[in-house]
Design a protein around this ligand. Structure first.
Ligand code: ADP
Length: 260
């Protein structure tokens, strides 16, 4: 930087500089508060499983050698809580990656094919029904690994928070390829929708659920979507189900529907 010795500024300019400075300070302060909140939530979320591990380990030491049932129960709890900690740490590291530095590997990919494969993998992993509807041979220029990760997060939620089949509909219009992931599960109260993508946010009744979940999935989904220029919309009705829609932009230079 070149050192500035002297600058001629009028009152208006000075006021403008003042406003810009105040704006910058506000952004910094908000970011700092968010960071503080994240660290505090993260510590709390990691501490809970660790406390369970500690108390079951002590139980194991005291009674595990003489009582096989106690030993089994303690070891199962320790394994479960360790997996939970592992999942949390993997997801926190994922979020710690700076979005701007998230490197992309853009290719022309067959989205329909990618969705078909992803749904098959989900079906095989969870023995649940995933239906694919809409147009076939939809192509997009995007990062296949990252968009697949995004699909996985939304499909995994659709499965976790419903018992019925999950319906995926992929269509194309002038501007977007739209991929709607619809479930017929518990739904989300309207007033909670704006917070859904916040880190560690979970809809109240899910906090104590035994289904696992960290509250970080959708936060990761948002970062991925922003990086890939994808808009996520969500509609939901309690007791009826939820539909997440991804709007994947079509760049005419890059993306097309092949009519085979
Ligand atoms: P989690 O690991 O808890 O699933 P997410 O960040 O993926 O975390 O989701 C945040 C919360 O949003 C979930 O805890 C759940 O309460 C709610 N949620 C997400 N997807 C759905 C869905 N398809 N149906 C109902 N609730 C959902």
């Amino acid at each position: 930087y070149e050192k500035i010795d002297h600058v001629d500024v009028g009152k208006d300019e000075l006021a403008e500089i003042g406003r810009t400075f105040n704006g910058m300070m506000e952004v910094l302060e908000t970011n700092y508060k968010k960071q503080e909140q994240f660290v505090s939530n993260a510590s709390h979320e990691l501490k809970t499983p660790l406390t369970v591990i500690e108390s079951y380990s002590k139980l194991l030491l005291r009674r595990g050698f003489t009582n096989e049932k106690v030993a089994k129960e303690a070891l199962e709890a320790i394994v479960n809580e360790s997996s939970r900690m592992n999942e949390l740490i993997v997801q926190m590291l994922e979020l710690a990656k700076n979005k701007e530095n998230m490197s992309l590997s853009i290719d022309k990919i067959n989205l329909s094919q990618l969705l078909e494969n992803t749904l098959l993998q989900m079906h095989q992993a969870y023995s649940r029904e995933f239906e694919l509807h809409g147009d076939s041979n939809l192509f997009a220029y995007t990062d296949s690994q990252k968009i697949k990760q995004l699909f996985f997060i939304l499909l995994d939620n659709a499965r976790k928070y419903s018992d019925d089949k999950v319906i995926v509909t992929a269509t194309k219009n002038e501007h977007f390829i739209s991929v709607a992931i619809e479930d017929f599960g518990v739904g989300i109260p309207k007033e909670q929708l704006p917070h859904l993508f916040d880190r560690f946010y979970r809809v109240n009744q899910d906090r104590n659920r035994k289904t696992g979940g960290t509250g970080l999935g959708l936060a990761i989904a948002r970062e991925l979507a922003e990086r890939l220029d994808i808009e996520i919309k969500v509609e939901s009705k309690v007791g009826y189900g939820t539909c997440f829609t991804l709007l994947i932009p079509i760049n005419d230079d890059f993306s097309e529907v092949d009519s085979k």
